[in-house]
Design a binder for this molecule. Structure first.
Ligand code: IPM
Ligand code: MN
Length: 352
């Protein structure tokens, strides 16, 4: 705890429901900060698809440099496919930030909040997915030749570096050490004989440094089944960029939906700011209706405070969220407004 300190946060609300949930998360983070005697100063950047329509860019040329000076970034959602193709908006804002700031660990917790009914029989699971966030299948390496012709070819090359694979695995083992001591490493080395055999080798290499952590390798397909059939057997799950992307939507589904799924894009070396965002997108179907569930964004803000060294305020937010869902707020899509759910969390924070 750092009483009296002010953290300088960049707010990038983005598109669709992004501004609504960012506002909610910010209000809750500020309330928690006040209770713990520190402050948050926010600078809002309007970068979004609307910004693109006005300027031709998702963020200004010096956008990355503007963000670099902040202690952390709180992001809402990026994308409005009706006006800007996703491949343009995401590659113009979200993905460059993850890469430029070397936010190589994408951390996504999956568990049921009290009162939330998931689709599974299992209720007591607590999974921490660690997704590699800067390389792998989403490296952006590749190209197209002979466009529009019969012989057209598209190549998308997955890039796995020793540094990249080793550091994400180490991160996962470190996380397991302070949890239940188990790592599930997600592979597909039965079919992908280069990258995933490499991933398995490095898993074994890193595991040797953590004799107290139990490690098991699972193929991605088997892991997808396990997350549905036996999620309680999992602790830390570590995966490449694509595999982790898919598994964390599955994780969101088993925790009751994307409205609950939080994430942190972390640069563990702290050489640049980390970014915190709900896993959900801009949800055009409910945008502007005030019905978005803010809990995923609020949970992400709690992860931000934890990353900044404010563990007590972070725990305070999680406890308040749990109090709100126990009272029936935010547990069923559309049952309450974004504001009502936010107020329920704020009430719980202030009554502790
Ligand atoms: C996520 C999102 C992004 C990703 C998309 C929008 C590029 O699905 O954060 O999981 O795949 O990283
Ligand atoms: Mn995704």
């Amino acid at each position: 705890m750092n009483a009296g300190k002010t953290y300088d946060i960049a707010l990038v609300p983005g598109d669709g429901i992004g501004p609504d949930v960012t506002k909610a998360a910010w209000a809750v983070a500020e309330a928690a900060a006040e209770r713990d005697g520190f402050a948050l100063a926010g600078t809002t950047y309007p970068w979004s698809c609307n910004y693109y329509l006005e300027t031709g860019r998702m963020m200004p040329e010096d956008g990355i440099e503007k963000l670099r000076g902040h202690d952390a970034i709180l992001l809402g959602a990026v994308g409005w496919p009706a006006t800007v193709p996703d491949s343009v908006s995401l590659h113009g804002l979200l993905l460059p930030i993850r890469k430029a700031f070397d936010q190589y660990a994408n951390i996504r917790p999956h568990r049921l909040l009290p009162g939330v009914e998931g689709p599974l029989k299992a209720e007591s699971f607590d999974i921490l997915c660690i997704r590699e966030n800067t390389e792998g299948e989403y490296s952006g390496a590749g190209g197209r030749v002979h466009q529009g012709m019969l012989q057209e070819v598209a190549v998308e090359t997955a890039i796995f570096t020793r540094t990249g694979v080793e550091r994400i695995l180490r991160f996962a083992f470190e996380a397991a050490k302070v949890r239940r001591g188990r790592v599930a490493s997600v592979t597909k080395s039965n079919a992908q004989k280069h990258s995933m055999v490499f991933w398995d080798e490095i898993t074994r290499l890193v595991a040797a440094d953590y004799p107290d952590v139990e490690v098991t390798s699972y193929h991605i397909d088997a892991m997808a089944a396990r997350m549905v059939m036996a999620p309680e057997t999992l602790d830390v799950v570590v995966a490449s960029n694509l595999f982790g992307d898919i598994l964390t939507d599955l994780g969101a589904a088993i925790q009751g939906g994307l409205g609950f799924a939080a994430s942190a894009n972390v640069n563990p070396t702290r050489s640049a700011p980390s970014m915190f965002e709900p896993v959900h997108g801009s949800a055009p179907d409910i945008a502007g209706k005030g019905l978005a569930n803010p809990l995923a964004a609020i949970w992400s803000a709690a992860m931000m405070l934890d990353h900044l060294g404010e563990a007590q305020a972070s725990a305070r937010i999680l406890k308040a969220m749990e109090a709100a869902t126990t009272r029936g707020f935010g547990i069923r899509p559309g049952a309450q407004t974004t504001d009502a759910i936010t107020d329920a969390v704020l009430t719980a924070i202030n009554e502790e």
